[in-house]
Design a protein. Sequence first.
Lengths: 316, 296
Amino acid sequence: MSSTTYAAPPRRRRGEGLKALLWMSPWLIGFAVFFAYPLVATVYFSFYRYDLFTLQFIGLDNYRYFFHDDRAWISIQNTLWLVVFMVPAQLIFGLGVAQLLTRLKAGAGFFRTVFYLPSLVPVVAGTVAFVFLLNPTGPLNQALEFFGIAAPDWFGDKDWSKPGLTLLAMWGIGNTMMIFLAALLDVPKHLYEAAAIDGAGAWRQFRSITLPMISPVLMFSAVTGVIYALQYFSQAMIAARVASGVTDSAGSTFVPGYPELSTLTLPEWLFHSGFRDYSMGYACVLALVLFVASMIFTLILLRQFRVFTDDDGGNR
Amino acid sequence: MTTLAARPTATAPVRQASRRGSRVRKTLYWIARHAIAVALALMFLGPLVFVALTALMSDNQALTGELWPDTWNWGNFADVFARSNLLTWTANTFMYAALGTAFMLLSSVPVAYAMARFRFRGRKLAFLAVITVMMLPPQVIAVPVYLIWARMGLTGTLWPLILPMLLGDAFSIFLLRQFLITIPREYTEAARVDGCSDFMTLLRVILPMARPAIAAVALFQFFYCWNDYYGPLLYAQTNEANWTLSIGLASFRALHSVQWNLTMAATLLVTAPVIIVFFFAQRVFIEGVTLTGVKG
């Protein structure tokens, strides 16, 4: 270890390529088998009717059916709803809570732990709990009625099921909050001091210092939030199952989206088409729609955050 | 703002009066902020408290919407074990999570190391591929991947979720690479000059330094598997012997239709291990989460 002062040996540009290939070979095989091949196969199957037993070429029929499939459009609308309302709700709430945490002098560590805790609750457990809490006679509605507010039937009402899921998402805000908190604590203190001397109020300081300083983190969370919203599956599925009381198993009568398809998301409809109705070719059409949507946001992410791919991770 | 107040200021009476005023205002703000924090804490903890209270109610009381148990039915937890295969579900979930995590570490650490340290053409491209896979909704490739496992006769088991971990996990590679890249090159160069092979450098130099990141990635993976619903739903739903906790819990209400108390007791039993682990490994978590974000 005495050689740290040595000049670095000339870098061998050649040779490392082969070595890297060898070291990364598990991942490269994984990429080929579980990404590249399935993508190509998805395009291939989208031109076929396939139910696990017979494979029949049907040209563009699956695509034609897509344009006449009401449930596909409802599921896309629901997924868009989540993008437009759930993601901003999470971002604003997460930022608000993080901002509050930076201002607490007493018990900051305690509050941070408490606010983070729900995000660890298993998805199924959290969703089952929320369906119970938000049932018509549940504690939340009792509280609302106490204040004279007419309480909705959350997961039993098609207009309130998605807001119910949004509440669940806000409850599990922990990870976003932590990322925002780290970003807020990184903002140099002297900026605020200088602004305070100049007479800037709290709101002005937030707009002119905090927001610009944390905007990369905010953008990052927004884009990843959208990508996760496009994948939104488990909570919607479980809420519908628990609220309707019907089990989902192959061949059962359960149709996701209860009540009245209001919680049917695009990934759910894809899953149902492929693995419950066994219209696997059609499921591949839905998969391609989902793929294009998520790729758009992935590309935005990659363009916006070159830091990610910097050789030194943006640290030097 | 605090530093401003601490500064020595002019002693003119007017200034003093305004200082007293601002001190009062500051105290009020302090109270307001902490009051909001307490209210939020109650909102975050409330659901868990209600779950726990309902879990202890009698069958009939759990349907009434009352909040406080008349009688404390601790036997409900035993009932959950008696009426469901909770132990089998737990064993299956544990196998999935433990093997999944072990396999992921085995495969992903070397890949992340190669991406962070070796110089080769296409290294940027390889990393872009990792991010793309990480962001891909799992449902997009579900049909062909399912068919692979069906052909191998492994549908109905959890192996389609465990075995791919031997080929690296995109999220873990991403996170590890982001951490490894911050380790100054001097360390690895020094090891090389001392005649260490790449493998020994990874083992002796990198692994000890990367312990927090590896711990975080392992915990994330374990929790991901423990909480996973989509994967087991796709592959193991049809075979009750291979159900995980998430599949079992999601079916619980339908199987025991009106017994909210038992459903809540089961919910609590599924949640408890995760919370307990968190309290022991809080630091690892919090450091890991901030690693997932981008530096401002």
